[in-house]
Design a protein around this ligand. Structure first.
Ligand SMILES: C[S@@+](CC[C@H](N)C(=O)[O-])C[C@H]1O[C@@H](n2cnc3c(N)ncnc32)[C@H](O)[C@@H]1O
Length: 183
């Protein structure tokens, strides 16, 4: 899908898309750099959009590991399902139902949750709801990776996780922070 199509989705639903352009390869690499693929038996990606981060995750995913991708947007979902691999499951759904999605695919908890969710565009209630789902969906030693265009969520993540590391890249529109959080 072209960037212009992503922008059209943004125009149709600013709150749900939350970005004017898909993430860059630079940002996607910073994000996947936070994942230890040797111990990541189950990775869940929330808010995959056009699948730029999905493709980077798929490249490094071990054959015995699994990736569940959750995306509610019809157009993005239609594109994502073209990525056919035995150990990649694409779900049209919401992050708020994360535990159900994980169980429906026969798993229990995720070792990593990678999120492109537009948290900054959401209400406090919606953010709280989704963070509760994420905490329920993560294993005891789980990792959570989120990108944002500001440091708005830093304090909240510090309350929820024992460790929060921040990376930054200028090579994205707009420049972005990556939060790498451990339980
Ligand atoms: C900022 S875009 C990120 C897209 C992609 N990950 C990227 O980096 O280019 C946010 C994505 O989150 C999706 N999204 C919005 N609300 C969601 C929800 N409640 N659950 C799951 N995904 C959601 C949108 O449809 C959109 O694809």
């Amino acid at each position: 899908m072209k960037s212009v199509d992503f922008f059209m989705q943004f125009i149709k639903n600013k709150r749900e898309i939350g970005a004017i352009a898909p993430s860059s390869n630079f940002l996607a690499r910073k994000i996947t750099g936070c994942v230890d693929f040797d111990r990541a038996k189950l990775i869940v990606e929330l808010g995959a959009g056009t699948g730029i981060i999905t493709r980077h995750l798929a490249e490094s995913l071990r054959p015995e590991s699994n990736l569940i991708v959750v995306e509610p947007n019809d157009e993005f979902h239609r594109d994502l399902i073209k990525l056919k691999r035995r150990n990649i499951k694409i779900i049209k759904g919401y992050a708020e139902d994360l535990s159900k999605h994980i169980e429906d695919k026969g798993f229990c908890k995720a070792d990593y949750i990678v999120s492109g969710l537009p948290l900054a565009a959401w209400s406090e209630v919606q953010r709280k709801d989704v963070m509760e789902s994420i905490m329920r969906g993560l294993s005891d030693k789980g990792g959570f990776v989120q990108f944002q265009y500001s440091l708005q969520s830093y304090r909240k993540f510090k309350e929820l996780f024992s460790d929060v590391q921040i990376k930054f890249t200028l090579m994205n529109l707009p420049p972005a922070f990556v939060y790498s959080c451990s339980i």
